[in-house]
Design a protein around this ligand. Sequence first.
Ligand code: NDP
Ligand code: 2IT
Length: 445
Amino acid sequence: MGVIQDTLEIVRKRNPGEPEFFQAVTEVLESIEPVIERHKKYRDARILERIVEPERVVIFRVPWQDDKGQFQINRGFRIQMNSAIGPYKGGLRFHPTVCLSILKFLAFEQVFKNSLTTLPMGGAKGGSDFDPKGKSDNEVMRFCQSFMTELFRHVGPDTDVPAGDIGVGGREIGYLFGQYKRLANEFTGVLTGKGLNWGGSLIRPEATGYGCVYFAIEMSKTRGETLEGKVCTVSGSGNAAQYTVEKLIQVGAKVVTMSDSDGFVYDKDGINEEKLAWIMDLKNVRRGRIREYAEKFGVKYFPGKRPWGIECDCAFPCATQNEISGEDAKTLLDNGCTLVAEAANMPSEPEAIQQFLAKRILFGPAKAANAGGVATSGLEMAQNSMRLPWTREEVDARLRHIMTTIHKNAFDTAAEYGKPGNLVVGANIAGFVKVADAMLDQGLV
Ligand code: NDP
Ligand code: 2IT
């Protein structure tokens, strides 16, 4: 259709050298074609051209001093993509690969994901090319303080509320919050993922992984299935992966792999609660490598490889973007995989998604399946505003309800637009319509 291809051409020309951003925009725009065709109001108001342009991009210098007293300079970013339905909201990523293209793709995805959560949050993403790996706590603190010294003027509890993502966990959020508080002279919910005794929410650390498994359970129900006894491959061993594995164990599934950027471990007996506790200590406290799991428990380690060649019923990519290639998807399908739920953002390449959809397996796209993290951030914001914490049971029940609602919304929307079972189309259209209508209501914004 003309307007979709025209908009993609504008995006391509205006954003040279940004392949991940172009990939994310292409997937969304091509899948919302039926809704653009059906509603002239979106075409007349040039909503597509507006929605692909960030409202604001901030890029800044982050100078800091390492433990040897040497000066280091990194680059900081915040992409404020869309505030039609609420204050900007989205994580911060600290990783050496961070650049405009990656943060713009993440911010773009965040707009639709946040819309699906049912909570009032706009979309944003930020971060830095700083690599926390191998840095001391003091170095991480000095970096975070310098980063927030600039970021603080662009964020606020009713303006923009950052959180964690790759390389940003509880430790980093603590240092960032401490510096914000000093600069603003305010104790507010300016960040989510905070510590429990200073404004954090129970279940926020677990939320991305738990939410993804809740979503997988909802998908399975549509085929009269459960996850019990299912063999699952998981990639990554960070926040999203750890709690995906924890919930999978709780519901009786058997997790046989976890990974990091150096390789993966294959534990054919299954990773149980004790072994997972060991991994959590390895990754969150000792900050070691997944290879050490293989040494400790006498299982096989595959250096430089991803786990998609291991036979499984269900696959949970929990590491990073483009970690499932078209070839990996073919291997997964040939080995009998019938469910893929994306806890990472954009982990499947377009060629992989095409195959999952063509084979009609249960495919939970990231912006629906991993929305539990940001949804629980929204619940943390609500508790901060009320100055009242909820119990673990209350937050978990709300998370579960939100994931069920997202699944139903995506499932019903897909059917409504003639693509039954296609949750890519369902999630993209449902997420888009709410934001686009809010933009129309608010005039030329
Ligand atoms: P963490 O930093 O806690 O963990 C990241 C994990 O992924 C690590 O095991 C890391 O290995 C691996 N990884 C990172 N980059 C690469 C790479 N380029 N190649 C291979 N492996 C890699 O981050 P999270 O668990 O929070 O994030 C994981 C994914 O989940 C990301 O896509 C993120 O955007 C997404 N997500 C996170 C949410 C959250 O609330 N935290 C919410 C929704 C989505 P290594 O240690 O070797 O780098
Ligand atoms: O990708 C994501 O949704 C996140 N990293 C979480 C964002 C948030 O604001 O909690």
